[in-house]
Design a protein around this ligand. Structure first.
Ligand code: IVH
Length: 714
């Protein structure tokens, strides 16, 4: 008989040797998943599976305390910071919470507190009951009422300095409101993205042919980890205050009092927070919030109960990484079991092949789910991007009974396969080697920047692939591009299939050809709707350069990049000439493009590929004959700072930082958030820190505020 997999043996049955091996495996797996979650914003297992790993580790350590490893996960919280941002040591560590999954766990928690504090049976304990926001914890340090540092949790001891990015959040006061503020105040809470904003952001990412985020938590993390605060500013992030770190004085003596004080200081706190006085009330709160969960506009994964009296909190203290005075009462994941009827391959605008699972319809947390994303070939095979199994080596087969979960309430995923229910003869899924498009061209796996094989498969049919053409036409007519009313996805498909519109230019000749086509005879059309459609098309013959560039559908050129390019070149003529030169490898043209704000190698490579393809050049040439592309105002060129990059740091006395930045931009300069070789001036006021040091190191000219104002002639 084969030896039993030690990871399946109940903790109570483990031998000491097996326990040692298990602790080693768990330390590795937890560290790996921490890294994916905290550093890469790309978790590969569910929160429940992660919690199970930690719980098993804790249970084994409890039974075999002599085997606790020096690198035990119970001694760490989260993963070390990524290193891209300056590190910040937390004055008071940022700890984590223990979890309760059942009502009994909550009763035990309250019982433990009672015993610890030696409280009599009839002595009441009040708790602050709060939703557990599924975002990123953040520590905001205020000195003399002014925000000085914003740091992520990191490993709990040391986080990342994301001050510049956090300052772009409207929910985070740059200055605390109120008088007699303590000298040092550290407000802690959660940065989150609303579900609506997350959906919108993903739509934009998709249109730009860029990676989409798995859930709002990841997109909030990704948005905060930007080197350029302007990108963070463009992503709507919120903040709820619920805890604190170092405080030079305490303004209240209870958790609920502190929450009220945060509100006075100008913070948002969660409106569902409630004070409860018994286990029964806590459990009712849990049920109430769970019932509201799907309708909330932000993700939560449970509720948190905290002893309200701060003197009691102090007496209770901490056990390893979590407080004795608080617990997270988790919600069960929103999961369902159903059958996978089929796997379909969708081809996107850029030729990426995405497998989509077709399910027997099932309700998950109040929403009917019929499709699941299966991401890519490796995901179906059950291996992660770096060769790691993600469903314990279980692959997904057509006919399988699968466990699905709505991640971030939006994109459902397959989290497990019920092997016992696998039909006889179910075969491993073979990812197609040929594109399902009528050309049946070869499918290749992308090569990543490091030269390794990536997970994404692509159709090599390129611009001849009809599927890619349809997707491009859909983008072309969509709201953010040409915005042609009456030419939605369905109509584009119909017109393409009929052969009436094969490329963008055809849209504008449709009216002239209609004598032959007779669109009004098509089902769903009549004289009026046809007239309206042609009217809408005529109206869109004039378009601004930024929209036009976006509508070309180049990879990595979303709306923001298109606008940056349009502003950089001003006119279609200048942009087009530059692109053709870039495609030929003209170094000067490439350097000029590279110098533009927000444009780097990825975009340049994409433009090179697009304009290097004769098929595309033809499409563009035929299209521009039909339309009128309006110039976009370029920043002023005849000022002393035109084309220069300026970084403001420290306090400014004559104007706010926002105003100074806006002035620089008006005068044709770029105001950047960090100092690099590309920086021309650093304007440093009192309190300037690392940026000033960077400027000195790189030999960049440093100006005082007055010198700056003189330079710009103000
Ligand atoms: S209190 C010492 N309250 O949950 C404990 N945490 O697993 C301080 N979280 O790192 C945390 N909502 O990111 C607290 N109302 C809430 C919360 C909350 C979300 C997160 C936070 C923390 C994690 C703990």
């Amino acid at each position: 008989m084969p030896a039993k997999d030690p990871s399946k043996i109940p903790v109570s049955d483990l031998t000491s040797v097996q326990a040692k091996g298990e602790l080693k495996r768990l330390a590795y797996e937890i560290a790996l998943n921490d890294k994916r979650y905290y550093q890469e914003d790309a978790p590969k297992i569910t929160d429940a599976a992660y919690d199970a790993l930690r719980d098993r580790n804790a249970a084994i350590e409890k039974r075999f305390p002599h085997l606790i490893r020096p690198d035990s996960p119970s001694k760490r919280v989260g993963a070390a910071p990524t290193g891209r941002f300056k590190k910040v040591r937390h004055a008071v560590p940022m700890l984590s919470l223990d979890n309760a999954f059942s009502e009994d766990d909550v009763r035990d928690f309250v019982g433990r507190i009672r015993r610890f504090l030696k409280l009599g049976e009839d002595e009441k304990i009040s708790f602050s009951a709060e939703p557990k926001i599924d975002g990123l914890s953040m520590s905001l340090r205020y000195e003399d009422g002014e925000l000085v540092t914003a740091a992520t949790r990191g490993d709990g001891t040391e986080g990342e300095d994301v001050t510049a990015n956090i300052k772009t959040l409207k929910d985070v006061p740059k200055e605390l409101k109120g008088r007699n503020l303590p000298k040092v105040v550290e407000v802690r809470g959660e940065v989150y993205m609303t579900k609506a904003a997350f959906l919108k952001l993903n739509e934009r990412q998709k249109e730009a042919g860029e990676a989409i985020f798995a859930n709002p938590r990841n997109s909030a993390a990704g948005s905060l980890r930007q080197k350029d605060p302007a990108i963070t500013a463009s992503r709507p992030l919120g903040f709820f205050a619920y805890a604190w770190g170092e405080m030079s004085e305490m303004p209240a003596d209870s958790q609920s009092g502190m929450i009220k004080w945060f509100e006075h200081c100008g913070f948002d706190t969660n409106p569902l927070t409630k004070t409860c006085h018994s286990v029964e009330e806590l459990l009712a709160f849990h049920r109430h919030i769970e019932e509201r969960r799907a309708r909330l506009d932000y993700d939560i994964d449970g509720v948190v109960y905290k002893v309200d009296r701060l003197d009691w909190q102090e007496r209770l203290g901490f056990v390893s990484r979590s407080p004795r005075w608080a617990i997270a009462h988790k919600f069960p994941a929103e999961r369902a079991i159903t059958v996978l009827n089929d796997i379909e391959i969708q081809v996107g605008r850029t030729g990426a092949l995405t497998p989509v699972g077709k399910l027997e319809a099932v309700g998950v947390g109040g929403v009917i789910v019929q499709n699941v994303t299966l991401h890519n070939e490796d995901y179906i095979k059950g291996i992660g991007g770096d060769g790691e199994p993600i469903r314990e080596g279980r692959d997904i087969r057509i006919g399988d009974t699968v466990v699905i979960q709505r991640a971030g309430d939006v994109i459902p995923q397959v989290v497990d396969v019920v092997i016992d229910k696998r039909p006889h003869g179910a075969k491993p899924y073979h990812f197609p080697k040929k594109c399902p498009c009528p050309l049946h061209t070869d499918v290749v796996r992308e090569v990543t920047a490091t030269g390794e094989e990536g997970a994404r498969a692509r159709c090599t049919g390129e611009f001849a692939c009809p599927f890619q053409k349809i997707e491009h036409l859909k983008l072309f007519a969509s709201r953010r591009a040409f915005d042609i009313e009456g030419l939605g996805e369905k109509q584009v498909e119909l017109f393409f299939e009929k052969g009436w519109v094969k490329e963008p230019a055809d849209i504008f000749t449709l009216e002239d050809r209609n004598a032959k086509i007779k669109l009004e005879e098509e089902e769903g059309y009549g004289e009026t709707s046809v007239g309206n459609l042609f009217g809408a098309i005529r109206e869109r013959r004039a378009i601004s350069l930024d929209r036009f560039i976006y509508a070309l559908g180049m990879r990595h050129v979303g709306e923001t990049t298109a606008l940056a390019l349009a502003r950089g070149y001003g006119s279609w003529k200048a942009f087009h000439e530059a692109c053709l030169k870039v495609a030929k490898g003209d170094e000067e043209a490439i350097a000029e493009m590279d110098a533009l704000d927000q444009i780097g190698d990825t975009v340049i490579d994409s433009i090179k590929a697009y304009f290097g393809e004769s098929h595309n050049k033809g499409i563009v040439e035929r299209l521009i004959k039909q339309i009128d592309i309006r110039d976009v105002a370029q920043p002023k060129k005849d000022t002393p700072i035109a084309g220069k990059t300026v970084v403001f740091t420290g306090a400014l006395e004559k104007m706010t930082r926002e105003e100074a930045k806006a002035m620089a931009e008006r005068l044709g300069a770029k105001a950047a958030g960090s100092v690099s070789k590309k920086t021309d001036y650093v304007v440093a006021g009192p309190g300037a820190g690392s940026k000033l040091a960077d400027a000195k190191k790189l030999g960049i000219k440093v100006l005082t505020e007055d010198e700056w104002l003189k330079l710009v002639g103000q």
